[in-house]
Design a protein around this ligand. Structure first.
Ligand code: SIN
Ligand code: CO
Length: 390
């Protein structure tokens, strides 16, 4: 019996006005604001009251596998502490002027993942994580800029945001945070629950809590060129390059045995020409690299069940990607958590749905008529990459 029918979140179209964007279509937003200028959206999510309480956030920051920070401002000094925190730490905090920040809430709470899905008018390869902050009155991380785009969605309470398109982005030296030496407020707003501010990269900003406040930051992934090249080189290391060895049957003696000869340089140069950076190779690299869990992420393993049991439950409840898993594709090649998957051509449309909607409904699963795909789904279930729908 099909007892549950999980409704997939629908993907917006480019010309669909979105309340989340203040009535702009994704096309208009991308053309006029993305990477270009800030946008304040009043009531982007009407009645948004947040997805967890300050106590629940503090509880998460005490957990080993959660990345958290405390920023405390005292006597004009900034202090930074890294979690996990002991519960007793919170009792010793001052009345005001501090903030608790918890990274990647979407890895821990399905509601956080659902919130991120509202931003699926942007590629998943660019979306990074949902960070949440709690601050009592006066708290914040100081005037700074980020190197990536960010949507700052107000949860509980109010926050005063100041922004500046200043050119001077010099930082205060000797402090554990990125704090701007000078900040000239050019515009400011007080955001209420459900209001949202989009900021392009490198735009100076400063958020200060007005009373108790929680802010949800939808952050983006913008690897540096250094990171991309480094990651590409490590991807190349794992490719097959043949087992031929360097050889020099034409070697001639030199009276400078320590010298690397032009002959040797030429030979190695031609070996290295095997590395051809084609769009296909770049595509595979990107899908593998960007779907790979970050080093601190530990994928939770499910209880082992047989293929039959798995099939039966999946047909009732549907399946979804687990919160810490990432599935990206390039052409017909699918990469799940950094690894390429073997997908038969008949199953490609279904895998695209799993990647784009991050779930498969029980109806879709009831229509599967080959055993091979069930084996593959069961396998990735046992690796903790998919789980049953709720
Ligand atoms: C915060 O939530 O306090 C900081 C967000 C930011 O400025 O990027
Ligand atoms: Co910021």
């Amino acid at each position: 019996m099909k007892s549950a029918n999980p409704i997939p979140h629908s993907l917006p179209t480019a010309d669909q006005p979105l309340a989340l964007l203040g009535g702009l279509t994704p096309e208009q937003f991308l053309r006029d604001y993305w990477h270009k200028k800030p946008l304040l959206i009043r009531q982007a999510i009407p009645d948004f009251s947040g997805i967890l309480s300050p106590d629940e956030l503090a509880g998460l920051s005490c957990e080993e596998d959660v990345q958290s920070r405390l920023v405390i401002q005292q006597g004009g000094q900034w202090r930074l502490e890294h979690g996990p925190f002991a519960e007793s730490r919170f009792a010793k905090l001052p009345e005001r002027d501090w903030t608790l920040l918890v990274q990647s809430l979407n890895h821990h709470l399905p509601e956080a993942q659902q919130l991120m899905q509202q931003f699926s008018f942007l590629p998943y390869a660019r979306l990074d994580d949902l960070m949440v902050s709690y601050a009592p009155d006066g708290g914040g991380v100081g005037p700074h800029f980020d190197s990536y785009d960010v949507f700052l969605l107000q949860g509980m309470g109010q926050r005063r945001w100041r922004i500046s398109e200043q050119k001077d982005l010099s930082l205060v030296e000797g402090v554990p945070l990125k704090i701007l030496q000078h900040f000239e407020t050019q515009e400011e707003w007080v955001l209420q629950a459900g209001d949202m501010l989009y900021l392009p990269p490198h735009l100076a900003h400063w958020g200060i809590a007005v009373g108790d406040c929680m802010t949800y930051s939808i952050g983006f992934r913008a690897p540096s060129h250094q990171e991309l090249i480094h990651a590409m080189l490590s991807f190349l290391q794992d490719q097959e390059w043949g087992d031929e060895r360097y050889s020099d049957p034409d070697l001639i003696m030199s009276n400078q045995p320590a010298l690397i000869s032009n002959d040797m340089i030429g030979k190695v140069n031609s070996i290295l020409q095997k590395i051809k950076i084609t769009p296909e190779l770049v595509g595979s690299f990107l899908a593998s690299y960007l779907s790979e869990p970050k080093p601190h992420v530990v994928i939770d393993m499910p209880r082992k069940i047989s293929l039959q049991q798995f099939q039966q439950r999946a047909k009732q409840q549907g399946l979804r990607l687990t919160l810490k898993s990432q599935l990206l594709y390039v052409g017909d090649a699918f990469y799940l958590n950094g690894e390429q998957m073997a997908v038969e051509s008949d199953n490609i449309p279904m895998m695209r749905d799993l990647a784009n909607l991050q779930m498969l409904t029980n109806f879709q699963l009831c229509e599967i008529d080959t055993e091979l795909i069930w084996e593959m789904l069961h396998n990735i279930y046992l690796q903790g990459c998919i789980c049953f729908g709720d």
